[in-house]
Design a protein around this ligand. Structure first.
Ligand SMILES: Nc1ccn([C@@H]2O[C@H](COP(=O)(O)OP(=O)(O)OP(=O)(O)O)[C@@H](O)[C@H]2O)c(=O)n1
Ligand SMILES: C[C@](O)(CO)[C@H](O)COP(=O)(O)O
Length: 234
């Protein structure tokens, strides 16, 4: 059995970006954002195989990227589902019984640092489940529907969660099956594991590992690639 598989989800519509083209296909330093993300895991010798999850209308275009950018670790391009969770589940099913460990990563997070990705996997190998995260910098309030502040959680216990998120594959599949049975939808993979009773550890990353989500993220992403991460070769 291989060691480590990566599921990269890129089947979203990118509605908050408000561009005609889905955000994962927008150009960043001359290449689609998704290609930068795939190239990051392609370069890592610890990664054995990659499953790319995309929209049904984009399968051909993704296969073409795999060829053009020599992304040889991308073994499957599969069609995702309505929610991110459905897309991840489809990717995980492709890996079932083929790898021991899995990392799930957003196709629109091209700036995860290799050292942090590896630290996340190492932590998961110790405890079963780990995610990248950064301490929040703002004061966070819980606000009711009328706009009144309900409470102010202690910032020292708040972390903004990123991807990749790393798990023993059997554990994550079990958590996904439980969530499906109970019709639970979460906003990240760790949530499903947490509610199945397993602890998930946080691994500190950096603030450059952004999820490209809204229009103001694009100039910031260009700046990061030019000044921090450097242009990456596929
Ligand atoms: N049904 C979905 C929804 C999201 N994603 C992926 O999950 C990642 C994180 O999601 P997000 O940034 O919310 O992307 P979108 O859902 O595309 O954005 P929006 O919510 O603005 O429509 C993205 O790489 C996105 O393509 C997916 O594979 N399948
Ligand atoms: C998984 C995630 O990227 C962690 O920050 C995030 O929760 C995805 O959320 P979205 O609702 O798909 O933006």
């Amino acid at each position: 059995m291989k060691q480590l598989g990566v599921v990269i989800v890129a089947a979203g519509k990118g509605s908050r970006m408000r561009t005609k083209e889905s955000k994962q296909y927008l150009q960043l330093a001359g290449k689609p954002i998704l290609v930068h993300t795939l190239a990051l895991f392609q370069r890592m010798e610890q990664v054995d195989t990659i499953v790319l999850v995309t929209g049904s209308e984009d399968v051909e275009r993704c296969r073409e990227y795999v060829e053009r950018y020599a992304l040889s670790k991308v073994a499957s391009v599969v069609v995702g589902g309505k929610e991110r969770q459905d897309s991840v589940h489809k990717g995980l099913e492709v890996l079932r019984d083929t790898v021991e460990w899995v990392m799930v990563h957003d196709g629109v997070r091209p700036f995860a640092a290799e050292e942090h990705i590896l630290a996340c996997w190492r932590q998961a190998m110790e405890t079963g489940a780990a995610v990248l995260a950064v301490p929040v910098k703002d004061t966070i309030k819980v606000v009711d529907p009328e706009g009144t502040i309900v409470s102010t959680p202690d910032r020292r216990s708040l972390w903004a969660i990123q991807t990749p998120q790393a798990f023993r594959l059997s554990l994550l599949l079990q958590a996904y099956e439980q969530a499906e049975k109970e019709a639970f939808t979460g906003t990240d993979d760790a949530m499903l594991v947490e509610r199945s009773g397993t602890s998930v550890r946080v691994v500190e990353a950096d603030y450059y590992n952004i999820k490209i989500t809204t229009p103001e993220d694009l100039p910031w992403a260009e700046w990061i690639i030019q000044n921090v991460r450097g242009e990456r070769e596929a």
